[in-house]
Design a protein around this ligand. Structure first.
Ligand code: CO
Ligand code: CO
Length: 316
């Protein structure tokens, strides 16, 4: 625990204590920096596509906190013995594709030699200190909105196994490459204070962190939660990443699953890469928010609601 203690520095607006997506550092009354780092191993076979996904994944935590990215530093682990440097150029070009889309500059980086390639970006952004979206910001009586379908972990496992179908592959890549910028902007203008992005711990894991930190319970409407095309079929066929099973074991005590099956639970706990945002919004605004997101090309779904509580998640 002491290892995770941040300092008592008054400039730290958000540190490690709440398990939030990024750190926030005050620059004065109305300005704050946001800082985060993330890197991943390959999830698809095409180098440039992987670069784009890794970059979008790295930027996601900035958007999950309500910020915008300013600049980033590339982090690269590359197998120099077995992989050509042209392939690395492709990966970095993918990162630049996304940086350009996000209006962010890449201003440096560092690489090491490593048998298993890894790529990501350490991102510095800016956030309005009065509108930081955190894990502690959910309130009782809100609707919960999710902005990307689940099932990425299952589909990328099928990619690695060589059994993925074309529709699922394309949908997964499109979803992972998409930035959470629009979702973040719409959430902030709707008055959202509690948000996170759904990544390695899956929807149940990340929502469970938020409900605990915020002191609310959540109900999930399982039928309304969107999934990538063949995700359920793959889980039924036993294609489940180890991380997804660990997620479910870790969160199980916090979830009232009622009569839902283990398949449903694994899908809800599936470890995501570059997943969407999940956020709370006042009930009188949620249908407008969903409509606005749809109009802007975001696959948003109203997936549940919150109530006063101690962090439980119930499936309905
Ligand atoms: Co995050
Ligand atoms: Co992260």
């Amino acid at each position: 625990m002491s290892l995770l203690n941040t300092t008592n520095n008054p400039n730290v607006l958000v540190g490690l204590e709440t398990g939030d997506d990024a750190g926030v550092w005050s620059l004065g009354d109305d300005r704050a920096l946001i800082s985060t780092v993330d890197f991943i191993t390959p999830v698809v076979n095409d180098a440039r596509t992987w670069g784009r996904i890794a970059a979008a994944n790295s930027l996601s935590d900035v958007y999950a906190m309500g910020g915008i990215p300013l600049f980033g530093l590339n982090l690269v682990a590359w197998n120099n013995d077995e992989l050509p440097t042209e392939l690395l150029s492709e990966v970095l070009q993918g990162g630049l594709d996304i940086a350009e889309k996000a209006g962010m500059a890449i201003i440096g980086g560092h690489s090491i030699s490593d048998p298993e390639p890894k790529y990501g970006i350490a991102v510095t952004g800016e956030v309005d200190p009065d509108h930081v979206l955190t894990n502690t910001g959910l309130q009782g009586g809100q609707d919960l909105i999710l902005t990307k379908p689940l099932g990425i972990g299952v589909i990328t496992t099928a990619i690695k196994a060589g059994t993925v179908d074309d529709d699922s592959l394309e949908a997964a890549i499109n979803s992972m490459e998409r930035l959470n910028d629009v979702a973040s902007r719409v959430a902030i203008s709707a008055g959202t204070t509690g948000a996170t992005d759904v990544t390695g711990f899956g929807l149940l894991g990340h929502l469970g962190k938020m409900t605990k930190a915020s002191g609310v319970n959540a109900v999930l409407y399982v039928d309304q939660i969107p999934f990538l095309p063949a995700a359920r079929q793959y889980v039924e066929d036993g294609i489940v990443p180890g991380g997804t099973r660990r997620n479910l074991a870790w969160i199980a005590d916090q979830v009232d699953a009622r009569s839902f099956s283990e398949i449903d639970l694994l899908l809800l706990a599936d470890a995501q890469t570059s997943g969407g945002l999940v956020f709370g919004v006042d009930k009188d605004k949620s249908s407008d928010v969903c409509a606005e997101l749809e109009e802007l090309g975001v696959d948003a779904a109203l997936i549940g609601e919150t109530d006063a509580g101690e962090g439980k998640i119930s499936l309905r």
